[in-house]
Design a binder for this molecule. Structure first.
Ligand code: PHE
Length: 346
């Protein structure tokens, strides 16, 4: 054993390359195995002259440590290479694992659908406060003070006994008033929003629900325009073969007023338990805006006329999915909500 031999081994180690774990193991056996080169050098050490033992001993130990470290290093990189492709996380350029997404609430889905239909017809979206005053919810909408029509909508009052008490809006018609106050005709808006009524909670009634109301004001707007707008909406919402019928009704802010039924999309008019055998489903109230309402908001009722309509979002959702207990829409039971996860993949 010579100094040159040890030097040569050391530089050989630096250049050692292995691709696979098998090659690494072969290299280890060749160097450090029982018959390996370094093992053989340790055996030869016994024959080294005593005065050289110290120097050779140190260099041999260094060589062995370098060899062990090199083999470890080669093994680690060979393992990394072989697991590449097998491991999901190794390619950092791959797109991430999809996160499980929640679903939109069925009420949001239907509200958006209604809004999208009217947007297509050229309507703007208007919003307003949920805590309103008496003026915008009743007074400006032709509900005279102390008139029994106010009882139609069981109101939650926030501050009573005031000239213009604050209350939770019972319909989004208040947004229509605010729109008429600030915009000049032609006006074409839809007003989605949450409304509140002091009702006992049951499968058919809730103290909170959602509405989308609409208002169209221009010169020469007629009842025929109203009928056409609602028919087009019904066809978009319930299918191309949907029919509508109008029944006379009463609202203080419209004259004439009407309630709208759509042909039952379940039995197509034959009669089923959803339409209670009638073939028709009630979907909204509507009418021609009362001239008093136009005038109260500063719109000349001799020059302009208009129509308004309003529908309950939960009601439309019930018809769409036949979920006939209103309470489901407010309890946020995940088992219920997850039923709608595919409905969001639009
Ligand atoms: N505001 C009425 C309601 O809440 C609905 C409606 C709106 C009726 C517009 C006619 C015209 O019941």
């Amino acid at each position: 054993m010579t100094r040159e031999e040890i030097e040569k081994m050391l530089s050989g180690l630096a250049e050692l390359r292995c691709k696979t774990e098998k090659e690494v193991e072969e290299a280890r056996v060749k160097l450090l195995g029982k018959k390996g080169e370094i093992t053989r050098m340790f055996e030869e050490f016994r024959t080294v002259a005593p005065e050289l033992k110290k120097e050779f001993g140190r260099s041999l130990n260094e060589l062995k440590q370098a060899a062990v470290a090199k083999i470890e290093e080669l093994r680690a990189s060979a393992q990394g290479a072989s697991s590449e492709g097998k491991s999901k996380n190794s390619d950092l350029t791959m797109p991430g694992e999809p996160m499980p997404l929640g679903s939109r609430h069925p009420v949001s889905i239907v509200r958006q659908e209604i809004v999208d239909i009217f947007r297509k017809f050229g309507y703007d979206v208007a919003e307003g406060p949920e805590i309103e005053d008496d003026y915008h919810v009743f007074e400006a909408l032709n509900f005279p003070a102390n008139h029994p029509a106010r009882d139609m909508q069981d109101t939650f009052f926030v501050s009573a006994g005031h000239l213009n008490p604050l209350l939770l809006r019972t319909h989004t018609s208040s947004i229509q008033v605010r729109t008429m106050e600030t915009q000049k005709p032609p006006i074409r808006v839809i007003c989605p929003g949450r409304v509140f009524r002091n009702e006992a909670i049951s499968a058919r009634a809730h103290c909170i629900f959602h509405q989308v109301e609409g208002l169209y004001i221009d010169e020469n707007v007629t009842f025929a325009d109203l009928k056409q707008a609602i028919l087009l909406f019904a066809r978009e919402m319930f299918g191309a073969d949907a029919k509508i019928r109008m029944r006379p009704s009463f609202f203080p802010f419209t004259e004439p007023s009407s309630e709208v039924d759509v042909s039952c999309n379940i039995c197509h008019g034959k009669g089923c338990n959803i339409c209670k055998g009638t073939g028709w489903l009630e979907i909204m109230g509507c009418g021609m805006v009362d001239p008093n309402v136009l005038e109260a908001s500063g719109i000349d009722s001799k020059q302009y006329s208009g129509f308004a309509f309003g529908m309950g979002v939960e009601r439309i959702a019930m018809l769409k999915w036949q979920v006939n207990d209103l309470r489901h829409y407010f309890e946020n039971d995940l088992r219920f909500l997850s039923e709608f996860s595919t409905a969001t993949e639009v």
